[in-house]
Design a protein around this ligand. Structure first.
Ligand SMILES: [Zn+2]
Length: 202
């Protein structure tokens, strides 16, 4: 149902006020809603910056950039991946190449990271209590450690760090991410290895 609903939905109207110039050499770079951007082509769904004259597609700076498959398909695949659907099942259902699905996942992950850094790691989160967890993850022929943190009251996920080594650098990397989110008053650290949790230490 998700797929048919999305595929039948018309593209949203273009809105230049929600766009900004992507040219880093332009004075209007990154500035939104100031009238710098105009609609260049409705058909191609491109915008143009009045300052530098550059045009850019509406998908520039998103996970859909330079993907030549229908938007609904990309969104459906990424949604399935986010819910843990095996890549092999997606490949079989949609007739896609495995490397294509892997590339979409990588691109989406990259954009999610940028968005997270821009919105969450911007020092504006009220950090009353932070809970950090460490999880052992099995992969094919390897073991990885995922250290992640969330703000307890809001349940906001503050970030995570993946490493092949469970060491001080892993925890330090995570704490740097937490620190970027806001000022820390108190930290509660909880560690877990696989299914065996160890008691929290003061
Ligand atoms: Zn520009």
């Amino acid at each position: 149902m998700l797929v048919s609903n999305v595929s039948n939905k018309r593209d949203a109207a273009m809105d230049p006020h929600k766009q900004f110039c992507h040219n880093k050499g332009c004075r209007a770079y990154g500035r939104k809603g100031e009238g710098h951007v105009l609609i260049h082509s409705q058909k191609e769904r491109r915008y143009r910056c009045k300052r530098c004259g550059r045009t850019f597609t509406e998908t520039k700076g998103t996970a859909l950039y330079r993907i030549h498959k229908p938007k609904w398909l990309v969104i459906a695949v990424l949604t399935l991946l986010a819910y843990g659907c095996p890549v092999q099942a997606i490949v079989a259902a949609f007739g896609l190449e495995e490397r294509t699905v892997a590339r979409w996942q990588r691109e989406a992950g990259f954009q999610c990271r940028l968005l997270h850094e821009h919105l969450v790691e911007a020092g504006r989160v009220l950090l009353l209590q932070v809970q950090a967890d460490e999880i052992r993850v099995k992969a094919v022929g390897a073991i990885y450690w995922l250290a992640s943190a969330l703000e307890v009251r809001s349940r906001l996920w503050l970030g995570g760090v993946v490493s092949a080594h469970r060491d001080r650098e892993l925890i330090r990397g995570l704490l740097w991410r937490v620190r970027a989110c806001g000022s820390v008053e108190k930290v509660l650290l909880v560690t877990a290895t696989g299914s065996q949790a160890t008691p929290a230490r003061p």
